[in-house]
Design a binder for this molecule. Structure first.
Ligand SMILES: Cc1ncc(COP(=O)(O)O)c(C=O)c1O
Length: 383
């Protein structure tokens, strides 16, 4: 057994990024400044979007976007039970009520066949999650949203680099939120961004991001001096720093290479595991798309594996291989059961998937030898 622990995810930080962080630290300007401005422009170019707003996290992005959409108490926001708690927490923190739609167990994305029946007169926003980086069928989703006059906030935390019908996620539609957490497709340490084509929404998020400050309001009222400002509302403090942006500028340039390697590794798993009875493998939808493979998540078939998912994860760990759990069904956490009356059985497909799902190691610097090691260890565990 190898003594090295192989994690399920590891960031790839280039020497150029490290050098730029050092240059930033030496420059005397380490908070929001020229590098955040450069990163913002690079994101706008990348997405061909009018507005891109770097922030401290995707969680903040979801929260601020929903605050800017001005939910009234009792307004409903529809999302999926197969997501990180941040998606639902943001809805609640913005004053909304989470309404869930079960998943399609083949794509692990929201089952759009069930979406319309969840829409009520209180529904305001739909939050599709591009799970693992597999794009939701956005033509279909926007058709439903437009028919009912609803906003769409895409939780694209997993989907940096993903494409739907030849277009980048983030380059069209209403509003998207991306994560730059260390295990995501690209990182800034911690971080995220909102991308939108809605100028008012972007301006409101910019105010929420930094104390409710509006420099334009100050300028409009006639005084000079860029140091001064007006507070037009109570805001938060969630601006990205130049240290983070120094990493992000390089990560964005390297992203296409990361996605290529993620696709190679996912294809290698798909091929190697095709005949293993212990797994149900991810399947691709018929529409044209580019998967970014943020995570590779087969479902364990307990009977064939002769163990459950938690036992499998433990066995892998004992053999020095890390795995991830994305996610436990979010509606079954105590807060959501108590506050919104969710219970076991409400979303049976997501509940089944959440009992069986495992994230196997996959990250751009993973070698073919690392990959073979994962397969060998799984083989010994099952046989
Ligand atoms: C689906 C989803 N949404 C939102 C988030 C929040 O991202 P962040 O950690 O950048 O706040 C995550 C993070 O894991 C996520 O997986």
């Amino acid at each position: 057994m190898s003594d090295d622990f192989l994690p399920f995810s590891r960031p790839s930080i280039s020497q150029a990024a490290i050098d730029d962080v050092v240059a930033c630290l030496k420059s005397g300007w380490i908070t929001t400044g020229p590098r955040v401005a450069q990163f913002t422009d690079a994101l706008k170019d990348y997405f061909h979007a009018a507005h891109a707003l770097p922030l401290m996290s995707a969680t903040t992005g979801l929260h601020f976007a929903l605050l800017a959409m001005q939910l009234e108490p009792g307004d409903e926001v529809i999302t999926t039970p197969l997501t990180f708690a941040a998606t639902l927490n943001s809805i609640v923190l913005a004053g909304g009520k989470p309404v869930l739609v079960d998943i399609d167990p083949t794509t692990l994305n929201m089952d759009l066949n069930l979406l319309e029946e969840a829409i009520t007169e209180r529904t305001r926003v739909i939050i599709p999650v591009h799970f693992a980086g597999l794009p939701v069928d956005l033509d279909w989703l926007y058709e439903i949203a437009n028919k009912h006059g609803l906003r769409v906030l895409e939780d694209a935390a997993h989907a940096m680099g993903s494409e739907y019908k030849g277009k980048r996620i983030g380059s069209f539609g209403d509003t998207q939120v991306f994560s730059f957490h260390p295990n995501k497709n690209m990182t800034t340490g911690e971080g995220g961004c909102v991308v939108t084509r809605d100028q008012e929404l972007a301006e409101q998020i910019a105010r929420l991001r930094f104390h409710g400050i509006d420099r334009q309001a100050f300028n409009r009222y006639g005084k000079n001096g860029s140091q001064d400002y007006e507070i037009v509302m109570p805001g938060f403090k969630s601006n990205m720093t130049d240290i983070q942006a120094a990493i992000g500028i390089h990560q964005l340039k390297e992203l296409a290479g990361f996605i290529t390697r993620r696709n190679e590794l996912a294809a290698r798993y798909q091929e190697a595991l095709a005949d293993w009875q212990q797994w149900t493998l991810p399947t691709a939808p018929a529409y044209e798309h580019l998967h970014s493979w943020h995570i590779y998540t087969p479902l364990l078939n307990e009977e064939a594996a002769k163990m459950n998912r938690d036992e499998f994860m433990l066995a892998m760990k004992e053999k020095n291989i890390g795995t991830g759990l994305h996610y436990r069904a979010v509606h079954l956490y105590p807060y959501y059961r108590q506050a919104f009356d969710f219970k076991l059985g409400d979303f049976p497909k997501a509940e089944d998937v959440c009992e069986r799902i495992v994230s196997l190691p996959l990250f751009p610097s993973m070698t073919d030898a690392d990959h073979d090691r994962v397969l060998d260890v799984m083989y010994t565990i099952f046989n």
